[in-house]
Design a protein around this ligand. Structure first.
Ligand SMILES: Cc1ncc(COP(=O)(O)O)c(C=O)c1O
Length: 401
């Protein structure tokens, strides 16, 4: 694939991009300060400040900055006590990183289907699996089929919309399972009035180039537990016990975010509320324009949620619409409007073929039907109108295959 089309590559000027960063605030000033003072590496006031800003936003006591969201998930799993050969329940309809992080810890993913309304981890299936597919033995829960210990649940709040967490938190408490929220796509969203990342034992965020705020690449682990936060910081900084003599108490990781990138993060965090407002406005304009279009199902917001609509997505019902989601993507692409499908559900991914998998029909249908539309924070109303008009015209003129 040409680098021009790689995620994160700036789009050509005549394309309406799917999602690009918005960098218009204090980023230059803060980065220049790092460069001028030499505080460019893994310590410095911006890393501390960025951690404080994210902890405050998430509503947790502690935050630990990491090089990316995947490393935050990896560390959360280790600190949660997930051991090799354990199992962790995880959403199947998501980007692959959380399942990979489970494998980095030597554990195995148990994939859970999505629910059809908001496309998130299905809490009923979590409860059913733990109550009926597992057995309690000697103070731990074991998957009856694989005989592996179940150690944690990793719900992924996809596309900026929360998972219905209460039933998951309740059953996790019953069986002593840790809950690690993958809130990488959910910064700024709330579940029953509480910010994502603060509801489970750990929350993880990503600041890669397509997230609502970006540091180019970066992540954060949040928690209310002081000991876990201390351990997470220790593990992300090579588990160093003595900085002079280089004595290391464990095999740690080089996962600490740099001050330089945290400086970008601080400037971006200053804009978060504004960016969330813009995303919600984009979503409501799409919803208004597309909701009467036969065969198009716009993204919804559950009554118990305040989504950020991080990645605005629609479903194309192939039976009712004139084309399928991929045909629509290619028709819009030829009009220089960049769209993309969601992810291959991870239980179908060759990368996880050695995990125990069953059919998960909702995730599979959603993945086939979904199409994300241009939704950058900086998307102008006139560009959004162009996208909407193109969609309506494709339907009206029967130009679709
Ligand atoms: C749901 C989900 N989990 C984890 C990640 C991993 O984050 P990162 O790319 O910062 O490692 C991402 C984003 O890329 C994501 O969308």
């Amino acid at each position: 694939m040409s680098e021009k089309f790689a995620p994160g590559a700036p789009p050509a000027a005549d394309v309406i991009p799917l999602i690009v960063p918005e960098i218009r605030g204090n980023e230059w000033r803060y980065v220049k300060e790092c460069l001028d003072t030499g505080w460019v590496s893994s310590v410095g006031s911006y890393v501390d400040r960025f951690e404080q800003m994210v902890a405050k936003q998430a509503g947790t006591k502690y935050a630990v900055a990491t090089v990316n969201g995947t490393s935050a998930l990896h560390i959360a799993l280790l600190v949660a006590g997930v051991m090799p050969e354990d199992e962790v329940l995880v959403s199947s309809l998501t980007f692959i990183a959380p399942a990979n992080a489970i494998r980095y810890a030597g554990a195995w993913p148990v994939f859970i289907d999505a629910e059809p309304d908001y496309w998130q981890m299905n809490p009923e299936q979590v409860v059913e699996f733990l109550e009926q597919g597992c057995r309690w033995n000697n103070g731990a829960l074991y998957n009856s089929r694989t005989r592996r210990r179940v150690a944690a649940i990793l719900p992924v709040h996809v596309l900026g919309h929360p998972v219905d967490l209460d039933p998951i938190l309740k059953i996790a408490e019953k069986y002593g399972l840790k809950v690690i929220e993958d809130a990488t796509e959910g910064l700024g969203a709330t579940y029953k009035g509480r910010h994502l990342g603060s509801l489970g034992d750990f929350g993880c965020f990503s600041f890669n180039g397509n997230k609502i705020i970006t540091t180019g690449g970066g992540g954060m682990l949040v928690t209310d537990n002081e000991e876990w936060a201390r351990k997470a910081k220790y593990l992300t900084t090579q588990a160093k016990d003595d900085p002079i003599e280089y004595i290391h108490g464990e095999v740690g990781f080089n996962y600490r975010l740099t001050n330089l990138l945290a400086a970008v993060g601080c400037a971006q965090m200053e804009q978060l509320d504004n960016y969330v407002g813009k995303k919600r406005k984009i979503a409501s304009r799409y919803c208004e324009a597309l909701r009467h279009l036969t065969g198009v199902i716009p993204m919804k917001n559950a009554p118990w949620a305040e989504s950020t609509f991080w990645m605005y997505t629609i479903l194309i019902d192939e039976g009712e619409f004139r084309a399928n989601s991929r045909q629509l993507m290619s028709a819009l692409g030829s009009l220089k409007i960049q769209c993309r499908p969601l992810w291959q559900p991870i239980h179908k991914s060759p990368a996880h073929a050695s995990s125990y998998v069953v059919e998960l029909p909702v995730a599979e249908t959603l993945a086939r039907q979904a199409l994300s539309l241009p939704c950058s924070v900086g998307l102008s109303e006139s560009d959004q109108d162009t996208v909407i008009a193109a969609l309506l015209e494709l339907v009206r003129s029967a130009k679709l295959p």
